[in-house]
Design a protein around this ligand. Sequence first.
Ligand SMILES: [Zn+2]
Length: 352
Amino acid sequence: MNREMRFHIRLRAGTVCTLLAVALAVFHSIPCLKAEPAMDVLEMEIQQIQEERDAIEQSSLSAEEKGGALQNAKDKVVLLSERNRQFPARISSANSFYHIYATTTQTAYHYMHEADHVYSEYVRLFTNYRFSNEYPAHILVYPDHATYLKYEKVNPAVAGHAMSDRLTFKKYVETSKGLEVEEELRPGTKLQRLAFYVPAADDLNQTTFAHELAHLFNWDMVNQDAPAGDEITPNLFLNEGLAEYFGVMDDRKQHELRIAALRRITKPVGPWEWLGLPTYPPYLKIREFYAEAYLFSRWLTDQKPVAGERLKAFLAIHSLEEAEETMQQLTQRFVPRIDLNAYAAYRQKILE
Ligand SMILES: [Zn+2]
């Protein structure tokens, strides 16, 4: 689907406010949108370190130990303040789903509309799901890869990352072993945070934003009723597979890249085995893992009308035993079993 078509689909699917925002974004106007995020995650991250600093000052550490820890905290604040100045454009979407932090207002609007597009596709699959806008997604759009790496401290191979968690503040606690850092949970608060960079025109990471956003939705969906502290991490294979599916949905070239990766595999591990995997596979298998996750999820999304219900149930499993149990329960609700032979046939046809 090209950009033109996506634009039209968004106009039809959007609320009046979104529609206005799309039209007005072209002229870089702001009405209908809140100018400032209610909670500013950039400032909050500095506040977290300042609270850490206060705790160090009040602790019974030796002057020397205090000095080192305080300097460390001070350096972090300097770095984060410098980072925050990179984001003069901070907007909230009218539906309060997203707070976007970017270098220009135009970029912020662009990703706000991208986010709306991914969300509308997401709820087309998971028809009972609604994003809890009580806890908006904070989206940090870095201008380039180098800036992203400088402030986010991630592996250089990473193009973007999403974090879903309860909002925690670090505090220092005196123990018999000395001073230890403890995470203090602020009840009733969730943090949905996504950071990535604007890819260059020829960059392969064009799909990263939609991919990472789908991770936030996946987590939110499986944890909507979870009490604080009892949240689950979505099933690794399907979490990545669905993220890949939403990341790739508008991009034929990205689809082909994943199919080409699968064609090179002579002895595939197979989706059922991958489903039970608790951690990411070794480096040599990672490409196969993502490509198979993509194709398997894509196949599952096609199984209307049960696709959403089945995928949601499977996002909560963490072992093959749980997968089998979930399958039994779904079958009792007249949801057909996942037919691995049918998937094998589909896979073979696509790989031809
Ligand atoms: Zn991912």
